[in-house]
Design a protein around this ligand. Structure first.
Ligand code: MTE
Ligand code: MO
Length: 318
């Protein structure tokens, strides 16, 4: 598997920047440093990367060669409403979240339903490094070096039957452990869904880590989805349930605001959100003087996924 001294692409780019940026911030003072780098939350307390386990990984396909965002961008600028609605809230509020033991209930239209613990879910799969573009519906983006394995390889093990047309995912519901769930900002638990074709697509990842380390809580520990051609909200975090269904499942953002968010949520610069344009995006961590950059059809993964939507009206099916 991975030789111990293998250097991954980001280790010579972002991690090096990360170290020098920290030194710079320490020397220059937080306010000045944060203003110049566009970085956020650099002085917040929390679990350092050093306390997260290193994962044994192999290089995976489909990685972009764009420079990954820093560890700090990826782990302090998050959306995870179970831990608050502010971008730094997940980092501040998820540190004490305990993800061991972790059980996933699998059911619906399949021949191998059951309760599987984390080791059952992850154990048989080789963990891959995949650097993906990550585009939030709020018109910002990052580049993230995820660690995971193809979701389809996992789903096949549960032997979905011929009635399985969709897969539905559910996040943990536990307001004692997820303080954001004490407020009705969304209907809890968070739910998401994919068509079987989307779920089985080789780009779709079950993610267990980032930057070669196990997933920090704020990024959706211990298991979350990443579907890189869709808006970030499809990437449901802290998954405890997987269900194969014959009918299109509801998803949290479409339930909350159906006029604004649909089931598909494919990144599409030509279909605006009712309240803002989706044509351009702000790259987190870029200079505060940088221009927004153009958003790419299917977030730049059109070659791989456009055929999934042949004949579908993407304006209606947003
Ligand atoms: N359970 C759950 N999953 C979630 C969210 C959430 O609030 N709750 N936010 C989504 C949104 S809007 C985005 S952009 C991504 C953010 O992932 P990141 O914080 O790892 O960048 O997580 C998605 N998954
Ligand atoms: Mo998002």
């Amino acid at each position: 598997m991975k030789p111990d001294n293998r250097i991954r692409s980001w280790e010579i780019t972002s991690e090096a920047n990360f170290v020098s940026r920290r030194r710079f911030i320490r020397d220059a003072g937080l306010a000045v440093g944060a203003a110049l780098t566009g970085a956020t939350a650099l002085a917040l307390p929390g679990r350092a990367s050093a306390s997260l386990r290193d994962l044994e990984t192999v290089p995976g396909p489909f990685s972009t060669d764009e420079t990954p965002n820093s560890w700090e961008d990826v782990t302090t600028y998050n959306n995870f409403y179970e831990f608050g609605t502010g971008k730094e809230d997940p980092y501040r509020n998820a540190q004490e979240f305990v993800t061991e033991p972790w059980t996933v209930k699998v059911g619906g239209e399949c021949d191998k339903p059951g309760k599987y613990d984390y080791a059952d879910i992850v154990g048989p799969h080789a963990l891959e490094d995949r650097v993906y573009r990550h585009r939030c519906v709020e018109a910002w983006s990052m580049v993230v070096p995820w660690v995971g394995f193809p979701l389809g390889d996992l789903l096949k093990r549960f032997e979905p039957n011929s009635k399985a047309k969709y897969v539905r995912f559910k996040t943990l519901f536990d307001p004692d452990r997820m303080p954001g769930q004490r407020r009705a900002v969304l209907r809890w638990p968070y739910v998401e869904g994919l068509t079987m074709a989307e779920a089985m697509h080789p780009l779709t990842l079950m993610v267990v880590g980032v930057y070669g380390k196990e997933l920090p809580n704020q990024n959706g520990a211990p298991l979350r989805l990443v579907i890189p051609w869709k808006y970030g909200f499809k990437g449901i975090k802290s998954i405890v349930e997987i269900e194969f269904t014959s009918r299109q499942p509801k998803n949290s953002w479409a339930l909350a605001t159906p006029r604004e968010y649909g089931f598909y949520a494919n990144v599409n610069p030509e279909v605006d959100h009712p309240r803002w344009s989706q044509a351009r995006e702000r790259r987190i961590g870029a200079s505060v003087f940088a221009e927004k950059q153009p958003t790419l059809m299917f977030n730049g993964y059109a070659e791989q996924v456009a055929s999934l939507y042949a004949g579908l009206d993407l304006r209606k099916n947003y």
